[in-house]
Ligand binder design. Structure first.
Ligand code: ZN
Length: 361
């Protein structure tokens, strides 16, 4: 990266000449660079470098065909030039993007053409109302974040997206080993999935229960433990409200252009039909609490409510679990290892079994 005369030059080294698109979007201001699926060789230290108008950047898989780099900007810019330099000396191809700060009035968004496609690995199933009797209930596990959106970061660089994916795979294995459930993951690779698509996927899969898995990070290292959230228009407290706002930003972090939908995601409106679903969600949460306190540890006031976009399916009982705090060294260490996650996986599996004992489908 280089900064000259107020303009910022961003350079990506490429092993070959590839097709790319560069887009700029606002609210917040970001530059989105889409490339074919590539292997990144960037370090976390690179990601945190701040230069000129670029405050930070992140990268990763966006969908089946696209890798995405998102630059978060301090203000509006225009893309002054983009070009690929041919190999020269020790350099291979280099993609150069020149950004020039402009006024708010002069800013012209140029939205990315590519929207995330549905993940190919999940087969659509009939909606829940048409599901034949005597089949196993479907539990959908949603590993939070992924691809271009790393989620929260731990003290030693642990990424939320990796923890949630590992945990979801282990939980799937445990639940399916009982022979009682069919378990579907919203993602089983390191790929970005928009929040609405996670909800749609749960409904298409005929889910009887949806669980979104997350891990938080805060500025206070001593805070630790799991917490459990269900949907509500009215947040139970300021912290839950702030957490929902943070998790709902996943789409923005992934460089998704939400257009007018951005506001709808923030304003969660709950229909009458959702009330029964919400009661069942609360019931499942009430089974999780004692299981977590047996084998893992819980944050105080542990079942809380807020407007989480990913819990919005009107007909699928849905719970979001923050497994712990990656900003707490003990939580981070435990959640980073299969052996450390085992008690958490077992606790959730017991709660799922208990829920279906009480509410057979
Ligand atoms: Zn999260």
């Amino acid at each position: 990266m280089g900064d000259q005369n107020g303009a910022t030059r961003f350079v990506i080294d490429l092993s070959e000449n590839v097709k790319y698109t560069v887009s700029v979007i606002d609210d917040p201001y970001r530059v989105v660079i889409d490339l074919p699926v590539v292997t990144w060789q960037l370090s976390d230290a690179d990601e945190k470098r701040r230069l000129g108008v670029i405050e930070r950047f992140r990268f990763g898989r966006f969908d089946a065909d696209t890798s995405r780099l998102v630059l978060d900007l301090g203000g509006p810019v225009e893309v002054a030039r983009t070009f690929v330099l041919p190999p020269e000396g020790t350099y291979r191809y280099r993609l150069v993007v020149d950004l020039k700060p402009v006024s708010k009035e002069a800013f012209v968004p140029n939205r990315p053409a590519v929207q995330a496609a549905p993940p190919p690995q999940v087969a659509a199933r009939p909606p829940i109302t048409e599901r034949p009797r005597n089949t196993k209930p479907v539990v959908v596990l949603d590993p939070g974040h992924g691809g271009v959106d790393p989620g929260a970061l731990g003290t030693t660089g642990t990424r939320e997206k990796d923890i949630t994916l590992a945990m979801a795979k282990e939980l799937k294995q445990t639940l399916e080993a009982s022979g009682r459930f069919t378990v579907v993951l919203t993602r089983d690779t390191d790929v970005f999935i928009p929040l609405q698509q996670r909800v749609r996927l749960a409904r298409d899969a005929g889910a009887s229960l949806f669980m979104s898995l997350h891990a938080d990070s805060v500025n206070v290292a001593s805070i630790s433990g799991a917490s459990i959230y269900t949907l509500s228009e009215q947040a139970s407290d300021k912290e839950a409200e702030a957490l929902a706002a943070k998790e709902n930003r996943a789409d923005l972090i992934g460089g998704l252009d939400l257009g007018d939908q951005g506001n709808n995601v923030a304003a969660i409106l709950i229909s009458l039909a959702q009330r029964e679903t919400m009661n069942l969600s609360a019931r499942f949460a009430s089974y999780l609490v004692p299981e977590f306190s047996k084998d893992w540890h819980l944050l105080r006031n542990t079942h809380r409510f807020a407007g989480f976009a990913v819990l919005k399916a009107p007909d699928v009982p849905s719970v979001l679990v923050e497994l712990g705090y990656l900003s707490n060294p003990n939580d981070e260490r435990a959640l980073s290892r299969p052996a450390g996650r085992k008690p958490v996986v077992d606790a959730v599996a017991r709660a799922v079994n208990r829920y279906f004992d009480q509410h057979p489908t």
